[in-house]
Write a protein that binds this ligand. Structure first.
Ligand SMILES: [Zn+2]
Length: 113
């Protein structure tokens, strides 16, 4: 039940950045306010940077695609996803993404544990 509620909030909540941290908020919608209350979340609710933001250093935009860019497979926002698609020069990547990509099997493409 809680997981279903969280999934709903992640899908319909409003993304933003507050004090340099990614957040999700109700946007004043009463349905979302009820869901946030049931989850015991503040509004806005602070999300972890990893898994919720673009993996280019300094970018806090929401992830919109996963793409290969150079030697890494990255979760990217629409702006950086477009740059990757056009094969533009890749800006520096966040450390946690580099660490993850170093564990990727070069043959299978799967992440090693
Ligand atoms: Zn980005």
């Amino acid at each position: 039940m809680e997981e279903a509620l969280r999934d709903m909030v992640y899908q319909f909540g409003y993304r933003g950045v507050v004090d340099g941290k990614p957040v999700i908020s109700t946007g004043g919608l009463s349905t979302l306010e009820s869901a946030f209350e049931a989850l015991g979340w503040d509004d806005p609710y602070v999300l972890s940077e990893e898994g919720n933001t673009c993996e280019i250093k300094g970018c806090m935009n929401e992830i919109s695609s996963g793409q290969r860019w150079g030697k890494y497979y990255l979760r990217l926002c629409s702006k950086h996803g477009s740059m990757a698609w056009k094969n533009k020069r890749r800006p520096p990547v966040k450390e946690y993404a580099i660490e993850r990509e170093l564990k990727r099997d070069k043959t299978t493409g799967f992440l090693n544990q």
